[in-house]
Design a protein. Structure first.
Length: 388
């Protein structure tokens, strides 16, 4: 609620809910923006957020849910064996910051965390309008968060960042940016790999993390996975969500992609906009990857080759199945109803994104089988708390 009040205060000068007329106009802009991000994506211009009404809709509708996406990679990075967040100070570079979504997400994450490094933010966007919004919202949100932090903004494209102050970064964020870069370039994957490679070489510390977040659409998610594979070929490593540090198996079948879908209780204003637009924001969907220079991976935090659940449950007569991904690649795993037991009872509760340890599985080549004697242990579940 605090976040929404901050956004309303920033946009309208007071934190009260918008009038019915204002809500109607917000709904029209939200629909327009949503269409541009989905059906009309091929024609997306590079400066659509110059439009004041679209920026308003982005801030009230998209920012409010996008902000929590970064909590998932951050909570995984916080498990790193070297305790990366115990530093006194973190330097964070957010490129394509828009209104500062990821920066607010980081502030929110550390406000709720028991680790309290000073957060030194550097926001880069090619539109001055976005940077002005970032500054205004950051100032108001910071007053509510009481988290020690600073912000500097830089107008620049990702293609030629050269005006940043000297120094390297602990975290580099590219949130919902890459799909807009080299959009119509037939070599867009190579171009994006080269850009990210240069960024990491020039600006990321040896123990730094680059968090890439993209929309959960099949096309944008697969493009992100291709960039991920390209970065691996350039000698970088994947920390999470993937457990194997090898090419993404989802790319083998053109119909597959990989994304999160995390339950979320939207604020009333989002519910009202959903009602007017026919959109639905009752869960948070996105694809992400954390890239590092060293080869530590989230699976090192758990040992024993865990698996990640990468699908919804597939339920049919007499059985339940999931796709899971781990050191054996992407696999179908099944439990026949007749094989239910106390040891494997958690199987039915699994959710996309869960990290799970299985024991005593049967591998019948085509799929893995949970039998009566197999155990299922949930290691980590990705959840979002939007209580603030
Ligand atoms: C969809 S918005 C994402 C904003 C924010 N990062 C988020 O996740 O909500 C994409 C942002 O990237 C910026 N952008 C697009 N192409 C860019 C480029 N080549 N260099 C820098 N910024 C760019 C746009 O101006 C816009 O602010």
């Amino acid at each position: 609620m605090i976040l929404q009040k901050v956004l309303l205060k920033f946009l309208y000068g007071n934190p009260a809910n918008p009038s019915a007329g204002e809500l109607k106009s917000l709904a029209a802009s939200t629909s327009r923006l949503s269409k541009m991000f989905t059906r009309e994506r091929d024609n997306l211009s590079t400066d659509y957020l110059k439009d004041k009404n679209l920026r308003k809709a982005y801030i009230l509708y998209f920012l409010q849910s996008n902000l929590y996406k970064i909590h998932i990679p951050l909570s995984e990075i916080s498990l790193h064996p070297k305790g990366l967040f115990v530093k006194d100070r973190l330097r964070i570079l957010d490129i394509g910051s828009g209104p500062g979504t990821a920066i607010l997400g980081l502030l929110d994450f550390f406000t709720k965390s028991d680790k309290k490094p000073f957060l030194e933010f550097f926001a880069v966007d090619h539109l001055a309008e976005n940077l002005k919004d970032t500054e205004g919202i950051f100032k108001l949100f910071k007053e509510e968060c009481y988290h020690e932090s600073s912000l500097q903004t830089f107008k620049s494209g990702i293609e030629r960042i050269n005006n940043l102050p000297a120094g390297i970064f602990d975290i580099i964020v590219l949130s919902n940016l890459l799909n807009e870069v080299a959009h119509n370039d037939p070599e867009k994957i190579n171009t994006r790999v080269k850009l990210v490679k240069r960024l990491l070489n020039d600006f990321m510390s040896a123990d730094g993390n680059c968090i890439i977040i993209e929309p959960a659409l099949r096309e944008t998610s697969r493009e992100m996975l291709s960039v991920r594979d390209g970065l691996l070929q350039e000698g970088f490593h994947v920390y999470s969500p993937c457990l194997p540090d090898s090419n993404c198996p989802a790319l083998e079948n053109p119909k597959d992609w990989c994304h999160e879908d995390i339950p979320w209780e939207p604020p009333e204003l989002i519910k009202a906009l959903d009602k007017l637009t026919g959109l639905r924001k009752d869960s948070i969907k996105f694809s992400y990857v954390v890239i590092r220079k060293d080869s530590t991976s989230l699976s090192d935090c758990y040992g024993d080759s865990p698996f990640r659940v990468v699908s919804e449950p597939l339920i049919s007569k007499g059985k339940m199945e999931f796709y899971i991904c781990g050191s054996m690649g992407r696999k179908l795993i099944v439990r026949l109803d007749k094989d239910r037991s106390d040891l494997n009872r958690r199987f039915a509760d699994l959710r996309r994104g869960d990290l799970v340890k299985f024991e005593e599985l049967k591998d019948d080549g085509k799929r893995l089988r949970v039998e009566k004697g197999s155990s299922v242990k949930l290691l980590k579940r990705s959840d979002i708390s939007n209580s603030k």
